[in-house]
Design a protein around this ligand. Structure first.
Ligand SMILES: CC(=O)N[C@H]1[C@@H](OP(=O)(O)OP(=O)(O)OC[C@H]2O[C@@H](n3ccc(=O)[nH]c3=O)[C@H](O)[C@@H]2O)O[C@H](CO)[C@@H](O)[C@@H]1O
Ligand SMILES: C=C(OP(=O)(O)O)C(=O)O
Length: 437
């Protein structure tokens, strides 16, 4: 069994009030890198992935694929090569599996290659219940037997294509289904499936390996299974959630920044909802400029009614940008309702923003009303999850005085060297302990 991984405690100390300026490039999309690293197990040949975010979740998944026998080496700062010549359904470290949601993404590729996998339950952000039912539903229809008690036992005597209707458009279940379907015999149709940029990126990687997939970017995908899958080279696309985080950060610190290679084709819903907060960005080729001097005035709905920012399945506003929208709204003039429909505890972090001086009413676990602008005071904070942690970092950067964020390793699950990269723009963030490299 793999060695258990000790959890490192990280603290950020932030001096508020710094103006930022300059150019920043978003990292590769965390939620694309994770399924693509898992999908590299589908072939015994060499896979080379570039623009892979060097974040804690990816490092954890790399350890898991090594446990099942894959060779995985970082051949550059963000380049990962994987060769899964001899795979075995080895015992996986339960603590490591419980640390990331993406451990469940091993199911599809391991069923395809080894016909079995014993998986301790996955984890990920503690933001409410994380269903696995859709994974079971689709994998069973593609020919898997699943016995789920304390651990999940997946087994198949052969995957075969099916016409599958998802009970909900689950992102990771769609990714598992894609990996199983490309290796299955015959054709699979996935209906009511997810279509986020990371699902699209995985599909493009599978095509680079030799798979045949139609309907990328829609909620019906058709996979002609059984094509030989070879090694491939693939560049992970930019992280649209990180871009959303940088837009919010620039706006509340009244800074002008340029986000280089921002993946502008995936930003329509993000830009539309920031516009509702009086924040307008400029697209310049592949770059996105967030100008200083935003009006930061909430745009009421027709008739002067309170507007709403709500998340919905892609291509609408992403749930992972919701915490960023909340903190941004605290600095905008007017009142706005923010409605997050998926996770039951993602919004509870707003009590920390309220403690800093924000004017927010938590109506229920899914809705907050924010009335701004409010002057925020530096505070001692603890990050419960990736996006709430990022929202706290943004709040700290526009607050008066110094803030301390404990548990910042949560932020680093999803944002690569964010302290260093923001300091290069003029932020004043000290990481404790200092970074080794
Ligand atoms: C490793 C990974 O990729 N994690 C992402 C993945 O998790 P994960 O795959 O665990 O989330 P799921 O997609 O399974 O679960 C969320 C469910 O809520 C639905 N839904 C979504 C938005 C919305 O406003 N209303 C709604 O009902 C989704 O369509 C989905 O059916 O997708 C989530 C939803 O995007 C993101 O938060 C996670 O960062
Ligand atoms: C919820 C998230 O991640 P995960 O699904 O990996 O927990 C996220 O990225 O905001």
């Amino acid at each position: 069994m793999a060695q258990p991984v000790a959890a490192e405690r990280i603290q950020y100390v932030i001096e508020g009030g710094a103006r930022l300026s300059g150019v920043i490039e978003p990292s590769g999309n965390k939620n694309a890198a994770l399924p693509i690293v898992a999908a590299a197990l589908l072939t015994p040949e060499r896979v080379e992935l570039s623009n892979v975010p060097r974040i804690r979740d990816v490092e954890a998944l790399v350890q898991l694929i090594r446990t099942v026998g894959a060779q995985a080496e970082w051949t550059g700062r963000n380049t990962l090569t994987i060769e899964a010549r001899d795979l075995r359904p080895a015992d996986l470290d339960p603590a490591l599996c419980a640390r990331i949601r993406a451990s469940i993404l091993l199911a599809g590729p391991m069923l395809a290659r080894c016909g079995e996998l014993v998986l301790p339950p996955p984890g990920g952000d503690v933001i409410g219940r994380r269903r696995v039912d859709t994974h079971f539903l689709v994998l069973k229809q593609l020919g898997a037997e699943i016995d789920a008690s304390d651990v999940y036992r997946f087994r198949t005597s052969g995957l075969s294509g099916a016409d599958v209707f998802f009970d909900e458009p689950s992102v990771t279940a769609t990714e598992n289904a894609l990996c199983a379907a490309v290796a299955a015999t015959a054709t699979t149709v996935l209906r009511n499936c997810a279509s986020e940029p990371h699902v699209q990126d995985l599909a493009r990687f599978l095509i680079a390996m030799g798979a045949e997939i139609e309907g990328i970017g829609t909620n019906t995908m058709v996979i002609h299974g059984g094509r030989p899958l070879s090694g491939a080279r693939h560049r992970i696309g930019p992280d649209h959630i990180e871009v959303g985080s940088l837009i919010g950060l620039a706006a509340v610190t009244k800074s002008e920044i340029t986000i280089r290679n921002a993946g502008v084709e995936h930003l329509r819903s993000t830009l539309m909802n920031f516009e509702r907060l009086g924040i307008r960005c400029r697209v310049e080729g592949d770059d996105l400029v967030v100008p200083a001097g935003q009006t930061m005035k909430v745009e009421p709905d027709f008739g002067g009614h309170v507007p709403k920012i709500e998340d919905q399945p892609w291509p609408a506003f992403p749930a992972d940008t919701m915490s960023i929208a909340i903190v941004t709204a605290t600095q905008c003039d007017g009142m706005v309702l923010l409605f997050e429909k998926m996770f039951e505890s993602r919004m509870f972090f707003v009590d920390k923003l309220i403690g800093m001086g924000a004017r927010i009413v938590l109506c229920d676990p899914h809705r907050v009303v924010v009335a701004g602008p409010a002057t925020l005071r530096g505070s001692r904070l603890e990050s419960p999850d990736i996006r709430a942690g990022m929202a706290m970092l943004i709040a700290a950067m526009c607050a008066e005085g110094t803030s301390v964020i404990e548990n910042a390793q949560q932020i680093e699950r999803g944002y690569e060297r964010i302290d260093e990269r923001l300091n290069a723009l003029g932020a004043r963030i000290t990481r404790n302990p200092p970074r080794a490299t």
